[in-house]
Design a protein around this ligand. Structure first.
Ligand SMILES: *Cc1c(COP(=O)(O)O)cnc(C)c1O
Length: 469
């Protein structure tokens, strides 16, 4: 069979790259005159030099603080004791938190249908976006399919939400302690990260004065996370209104990381920040990762909440353009999502919450009796933060050293607060097996008893505990 070789330059320009503007005119050196290449000076230079492939500086500056810190630590567990990692925020790790049959069946049906093997629209299949819009509406957002951009996990949603609001010289405000991904993502963008404080004594509510003091004319977004990783806190409605008040007065949109929506313990309530405002535009970022226990399936979304049309067409168009970079999340989860969101029984979530809540209470009640430790009681998500009063542990130069020794002697690993810009604390994951948690608590207690050194007569740590509750 005869094949016709069509060179790119012989095709109409619009067919090769989709743009209708005038094509750049190829010069003869670039395309057809081989003789000229020899005399091209810059080509001679490239021929005579050595290989020198350079990584992009921005790629090299893209650092995940967790990896960076953990890799510098000496983590060698005690061989006599089985390793208990209370460090990894993947609830599926131990096998006791797993998706229910309805979730699995939704995916199997999609695979078997063979209807979702092809490319989907970059912002997501229309039916999938409609299903997500309905789901978001159940949290009080006023959202339709056109307001949804699907993504490869919530991380990708955050990436696009930040990228669309980043421009040279701008800054974004990020919680401290906070999820390190925001900082990691910022490295590839024209944006400076500024931290606003959360207050442990107020169950990690935002220090509103500090938040407001960090705003300047170049601030283009407030990144907000509720329920919180690493804190396990859940903001009450009046506090969320305080945040909205600041955003509204200064005209700053909010990027809301609400991936733990509704993972809240009895007595607490989740409020989507977008559901409490008509005025402040909000890019709500979430996904199926944590609530549905399928982190590896990679489905996330942005819901564009903008009742007063403050984002304008550019933000919407821009988000759709950004979605074209990787052409949406995988097609199978897009096919399954409608059923996953509607068929997963409430009992599935109730059970997850009941288990995490039980672990949270147990961990809190045990840790609070341990010398030199002050846990902050969580209200949701999968984590508890514990303050370590280093002055009572003079054997260690810092908290990283303490965590290393805990691994070496007790084979229990929890992430040092430095991973969340918050030294002096550790984060423990609660989405694990109850007995394993209990065993970890026994060992942490042995450890604190071994190293606690009190040269005062009163127990300051217990006094703090009482103040805090
Ligand atoms: C896990 C997590 C994410 C990322 O979720 P993926 O869907 O896995 O990308 C985002 N934000 C917070 C606070 C998280 O804990």
């Amino acid at each position: 069979m005869e094949s016709t070789v069509t060179t790119a330059s012989s095709l109409p320009f619009s067919m090769t790259n989709g743009f209708s503007s005038t094509p750049p005119q190829p010069t003869s050196t670039e395309y057809d005159n081989n003789d000229l290449i020899e005399s091209n000076e810059s080509l001679t230079i490239t021929e005579s030099r050595e290989w020198s492939i350079r990584a992009s500086p921005r790629a090299l500056a893209t650092i995940n603080p967790i990896r960076k810190i953990v890799e510098t630590m000496n983590l060698t567990p005690n061989r006599e004791k089985p390793f208990i990692p209370l460090s990894i925020g993947d609830p599926t790790l131990f096998g006791n938190f797993k998706p229910c049959d309805e979730i699995i069946d939704s995916m199997l049906t999609t695979v078997n249908s063979s209807k979702y093997n092809g490319y989907q629209p970059a912002s997501g299949h229309e039916d999938a976006r409609k299903a997500v819009a309905e789901y978001c509406s159940s949290y009080g957002m006023d959202i339709a399919a056109k307001d949804i951009v699907l993504s490869s996990g919530c991380s990708h949603a955050l990436d696009m939400a930040m990228a669309i609001l980043a421009s040279p010289g701008c800054n974004m405000l990020v919680p401290r302690p906070g999820f390190p991904l925001y900082k990691t993502l910022s490295a590839l963008m024209d944006v400076q990260i500024k931290y606003y404080n959360l207050i442990p004594e107020r169950n990690w509510q935002i220090d509103i004065d500090d938040l407001e003091s960090k705003i300047d004319e170049h601030t283009t977004a407030i990144i907000y996370n509720n329920p919180s990783n690493p804190c396990g806190s859940v903001f009450p409605e009046n506090h969320i209104r305080q945040v909205l008040n600041v955003a509204e007065r200064h005209h700053i949109p909010i990027i809301a990381d609400e991936i733990y929506e509704n993972i809240v313990f009895p007595g607490h309530e989740f409020h989507a920040i977008a559901s409490l405002t008509d005025d402040v535009p909000v890019l709500h970022c979430s996904g199926t990762t944590k609530k549905f226990l399928i982190p590896g399936w990679r489905l996330g979304w942005i819901a564009i909440n903008d009742k007063k049309d403050r984002f304008g067409l550019n933000i919407r168009t821009g988000l759709n353009s950004l979605a074209q970079r990787i052409i949406g999340p995988n097609s199978l989860i897009q096919g399954a999502i409608g059923r996953i969101l509607t068929k997963t029984p409430k009992s599935f979530f109730d059970e997850i919450i009941a288990n995490v809540h039980r672990n949270a209470d147990r961990a809190f009640n045990r840790l609070r009796t341990m010398k030199g430790l002050t846990p902050i009681q969580p209200a949701g998500a999968f984590y508890i933060m514990v303050h370590i009063e280093m002055k009572y542990f003079p054997a260690f130069h810092n908290d990283l050293h303490l965590v290393e020794t805990l691994v070496a002697e007790e084979s229990v690993f929890c992430l040092p607060g430095a991973c969340f810009e918050y030294p002096g604390y550790v984060r423990l994951v609660l989405a694990i097996d109850y007995d394993m948690l209990e065993e970890a608590m026994d060992r942490i207690e042995l450890f604190t008893n071994r190293y606690f050194t009190d040269d005062q007569t009163t127990n300051v740590s217990n006094e703090l505990d009482i103040e805090m509750n």
